[in-house]
Design a binder for this molecule. Structure first.
Ligand SMILES: Cc1ncc(COP(=O)(O)OP(=O)(O)O)c(N)n1
Ligand SMILES: Cc1nc(C(=O)O)sc1CCOP(=O)(O)O
Ligand SMILES: [Mg+2]
Length: 215
């Protein structure tokens, strides 16, 4: 069984957007504002740099009880003793990742739409997964190869297919956060709404209020 996690407000990091403020200062501020889960995502970084970043984030987050997820890289998560991994449809299969990660680490899987969910759930893979990242909800400039936007209605359509925890992602701001929760998501995942905000603590607090109000 995986360790506990809370999808309410899931920060996915982007080194380009945190810019001079830096990764650690941005995450520290965001956690003060109420972020409940953090993912290290840096598609351009190589393994050694990723392990260093993951270790630094783990040292910051572990005393606060906030789990650290690593995007894509099972090896980096294990090396840095992170709490879990998030996989896309083209990444290592969840079943293979679970075999490497063991039963306790948290495993997330991206699902772009109801058909993609059906494809994943028809195999054995879905049983290895703890939560689903569903999106993009709205078009986003943060991920160049994101699929077509599915809207809050798309989140509701995936919700109708599974009881597994789901988090909406893609183009989410304070206004859309409430819609995504009302569509049945357990939480929202954001990159630019926090990483590019002038005050990440304030931005996180506002998003958390929107999620809480919509529940
Ligand atoms: C919470 C969450 N949901 C979706 C994604 C996207 O994962 P993926 O489709 O593998 O794309 P990349 O992030 O690897 O570019 C995510 N990272 N987190
Ligand atoms: C990392 C990621 N995954 C997506 C998906 O749809 O799977 S969209 C996305 C980027 C989300 O960034 P922002 O909050 O700035 O729109
Ligand atoms: Mg991926």
């Amino acid at each position: 069984m995986s360790r506990p996690f809370d999808l309410t407000l899931y920060l996915v990091t982007d080194p380009r957007l945190v810019a001079e403020r830096g990764l650690l200062a941005t995450v520290e501020a965001a956690v003060k504002g109420g972020v409940t889960l953090v993912q290290l995502r840096d598609p351009d970084a190589h393994g050694r740099a990723l392990v260093e970043q993951a270790r630094a984030l783990k040292a910051l987050l572990a005393p606060l009880g906030i789990p650290l997820i690593v995007n894509d890289r099972v090896d980096v998560a294990v090396a840095a003793d992170a709490d879990g991994v998030h996989l896309g449809q083209d990444d290592m299969s969840p079943a293979d990742a679970r075999a490497l990660l063991g039963p306790e680490r948290i495993l997330g899987l991206s699902v772009g739409n109801p058909a993609e969910f059906a494809g994943s759930s028809s195999g054995i893979d879905i049983g290895a997964v703890d939560y689903l990242g569903v999106g993009p909800v709205k078009a986003t400039g943060t991920k160049k190869d994101a699929g077509a936007a599915i809207g809050a209605a798309g989140v509701a359509a995936v919700r109708a297919l599974t009881r597994r925890p789901i988090v909406g992602i893609g183009g989410i701001d304070g206004a859309l956060a409430g819609e995504v929760i009302r569509a049945g998501a357990d939480g929202v995942a954001v990159v630019s709404a926090i990483c590019a905000a002038p005050d990440p603590e304030h931005a996180a607090r506002a998003l958390l209020s929107a999620v809480t109000a919509a529940r």
